[in-house]
Design a protein around this ligand. Structure first.
Ligand code: FEO
Length: 387
């Protein structure tokens, strides 16, 4: 249990999940996470902004009890995903007069996912306001960060914007505000890569919208709160920009060493040319690390042997994920080995269709690469350098 005060009448009442290791049964959480929820006490009304994952419902309840909260007028739901909405039914049971305040899309999703009765809702639109007396909640719709219903709440009197997932980080910490900037930057970048990057173009628009508001605190629903908003705003502006860094990443898998010989030769050649390059062995690489590496990299070269006429499943999975995450990578290529035939290159190319990237001629060899094949790898390195 822990209640922390942000400003007068504004409290963080959520829960830190120190031990959670995976999210959505997909995303590794090396640093745990938190489900931040906020209680705002106005002179006339009380609002709870989001709740917590159902596994931490008792923590939220104890936090509210410790503040002697005996009624809640509004539960603001920024996002229907259950790590923030999953305890709304319990809150409505404990505070039966509370109304769930959200936009039409989120309302529909909360009805679908949590079976909250329709009569419990107050619907709001972009720019709608609700008065708590001496404090105002203004709703700012920011769809697709990262579901279609996502929104933020602006509290102008306190210059706070509550952004839920937007700008978040999966980082369990006792710091209410960001104090370890390096650690938070990396956690937020990983979070952006895994969750927000597919919506990069829409986020650009949302950042412009937020530029029009004056705030000195960004209170997200995962990780520490930003009391220097420009720290994360500038990072996001960089990540969503069209600028890439001159870096090559080489996710690869090798069964009997042939593809690995090619990968090593490519890495060595690029290093000699002074180009930043990082290989990721897909048999051991954490997928979050790989996702994060795609945020800035100009070039991705996938390395895979051929298995049963197609790519190795680990390489296929990596290609599928990269395609789904839609990084701003400008160039892609493919290296790998085969024993007797197959459709590996075509299958990988088909899988990367979402990427707005140019394919540099792949190097596919039969068996262990020969000296001539290695010359082709050097040609690929030269092409990458020219690109
Ligand atoms: Fe933190 Fe999209 O839920």
């Amino acid at each position: 249990m822990s209640v922390r005060k942000l400003k007068e009448g504004v409290y963080e009442v959520g829960a830190v999940d120190w031990d959670r290791e995976i999210f959505d049964e997909l995303i590794p959480l090396p640093d745990g996470t938190s489900y931040n929820a906020y209680l705002i006490q106005g002179s006339e009304k009380v609002a709870l902004l989001d709740t917590v994952d159902p596994t931490k419902e008792s923590v939220l309840m104890r936090n509210l009890e410790s503040l002697d909260i005996d009624h809640i007028d509004y539960v603001i739901s920024h996002h229907a995903e259950q790590d923030h909405s999953g305890s709304i039914p319990a809150i409505l049971e404990r505070f039966p007069d509370a109304k769930v305040v959200t936009n039409a899309k989120c309302k529909g999703m909360l009805i679908d996912h949590l079976h909250i009765p329709e009569g419990k809702f107050t619907e709001v639109e972009d720019g709608s306001e609700i008065s708590l007396g001496d404090k105002t909640l203004r709703f700012v719709l920011t769809p697709w960060v990262h579901w279609p219903e996502t929104m933020c709440t602006y509290l102008p009197e306190m210059k706070i914007i509550f952004t839920c997932d937007f700008f978040g980080s999966h980082l369990a910490t006792s710091d209410l505000f960001v104090r370890d900037k390096r650690k938070t930057y990396l956690a937020a970048k990983r979070y952006y890569a895994e969750i927000m990057m597919p919506f990069r173009r829409l986020i650009k628009g949302h950042l412009k919208k937020l530029d029009e508001l004056e705030f000195d605190i960004i209170a997200t629903s995962h990780g520490p709160i930003y009391d220097e908003p420009e720290f994360i705003i500038d990072a996001y502006k960089d990540w969503v920009s069209d600028e890439v860094k001159n870096e090559v990443i080489v996710p690869y898998v090798s069964m009997h060493g042939s593809t690995e010989v090619m990968v090593n030769h490519l890495v060595d050649t690029l290093m000699e040319k002074g180009i930043k390059v990082t290989p990721y062995n897909l048999t051991t690489t954490n997928l979050g690390e790989l996702a994060m590496s795609t945020v800035d990299a100009s070039t991705i070269v996938l390395g895979t042997p051929t298995v049963l006429t197609g790519p190795h499943p680990k390489a296929f999975y990596a290609a599928y994920l990269v395609n789904a995450l839609r990084p701003k990578t400008k160039y892609v290529s493919l290296i790998g080995s085969y024993g007797w035939g197959g459709r590996m290159p075509e299958m990988i190319k088909d899988t990367l269709k979402n990427l707005d990237a140019k394919m540099i001629d792949p190097v596919i060899v039969k068996g262990l690469p020969s000296q001539e094949d290695l010359k082709e790898i050097e040609r690929l390195a030269e092409d990458i350098m020219e690109a």
